[in-house]
Design a protein around this ligand. Structure first.
Ligand code: ATP
Length: 322
């Protein structure tokens, strides 16, 4: 199969393990993440060939991120390294149970935050028919005007070349106010094939988290895609596919450790399974297994399962234990 292309900014992540405010902490652990990068790793672990398009600085953190991606089997030939900008970074408190961690971004000078990245190589890959699917999130559009314009071009090219585009809204209020996210969706809805969002995002954007009601509002914005999925954390997820409503429960976990990255992993599980055999129930089940692994371990992507692990659960192993 042709690879999936994901694009979006990677970040060096400095996590403070304690609970006092960032301003009084002195120790951080180095990690890395980024919604699209997480999904790329999730796909690679499920044996789906994946190309990640992005940019990092030609600096120690950029090298660290590239090395980790390569170790995960993600194809990085579309990751630009530039000496003109530093790699984007984020500092955060380790997340408490079900609460979003306090974060501080340092990405306005980064290659995608400053508008250095133009995505030309990714565009070429789409136009020349090298990739079979494109996945990204709304975060990418909020980094800079030029990154937003480059992202527009990529999804337009995908649409023109009949490459499906899956898109997770992934609202980050620190990056832009809710109105800006709303306008983005209104503008790009016609180019998208699949939409993912969290239930609270659906509520904030569409004043409802009912999947059918959301889909109707999306259709009024010009969305003509194949379906949309609302993620509901421990309550599972619901999807509407070609008019049909499908529901999946969360997969049982013994202990919730860190919920960050669950949504990105869920997307990877869904994509991997859906691309293989077009079976929505199965795809949602695989997605929730990956989400369950993600919440059972610390870090964004480190806990994502392999294909063999997913298959053991599909064959009847009924709980994720870590
Ligand atoms: P984020 O962007 O913070 O990762 P999201 O809104 O995209 O969040 P969630 O709904 O939080 O995603 O989680 C995605 C999926 O992960 C859920 O649909 C569910 O399958 C799984 N999941 C999340 N929380 C739990 C949990 N406590 N137990 C089991 N599975 C969970």
């Amino acid at each position: 199969p042709k690879p999936v292309l994901t694009f979006g900014e990677p970040l060096a992540i400095f996590t403070h393990p304690g609970s006092e405010p960032l301003s009084s902490n002195r120790t951080f652990n180095l990690d890395f993440g980024g919604a699209e990068l997480n999904t790329a790793i999730g796909l690679s672990r499920l044996d789906v060939p994946v190309w990640y398009a992005a940019a990092v600085g030609d600096d120690p953190f950029g090298q660290f991120i590239l090395r980790e991606l390569r170790a995960e089997g993600v194809n990085t030939h579309l990751v630009e390294q530039t000496s003109l900008c530093p790699t984007g970074a984020m500092f955060k408190l380790a997340s408490g149970l079900y609460q979003d961690p306090a974060v501080q971004y340092y990405r306005s000078l980064s290659p995608m935050g400053s508008g250095h990245w133009r995505g030309e190589d990714a565009l070429q890959a789409i136009v020349s028919g090298e990739v079979g699917w494109v996945h990204t999130t709304g975060i990418t559009w909020m980094l800079s005007e030029r990154t937003s314009a480059a992202s527009d071009e990529l999804i337009r090219a995908a649409r023109e070349n009949k490459v499906p585009v899956s898109f997770d809204v992934n609202v980050r209020r620190k990056l832009a106010p809710m109105d800006t996210w709303k306008r983005l969706i209104e503008r790009i809805a016609p180019y998208l094939t699949w939409m993912f969002m969290g239930d609270t995002e659906a509520d904030a954007l569409f004043a409802t988290d009912d999947a059918i009601a959301v889909l109707e509002k999306l259709a009024a914005m010009g969305f003509r895609g194949d379906g949309m999925i609302v993620k509901r954390g421990e309550k599972g997820a619901s999807a509407v596919v070609r008019g049909k409503r499908i529901q999946v429960d969360a997969f049982p976990v013994r202990q919730v450790v860190d919920t960050v990255g669950a949504g990105d992993g869920f997307n990877a599980g869904w994509l991997a399974a859906y691309m293989r055999d077009d079976d929505m129930d199965q795809a949602l089940k695989v997605a929730s297994i990956v989400g369950a692994y993600a919440v059972s371990s610390p870090g964004d992507s480190s806990g994502y399962p392999t294909l063999a692990q997913v298959q053991s659960h599909l064959a009847g192993d009924e709980e994720v234990r870590r």
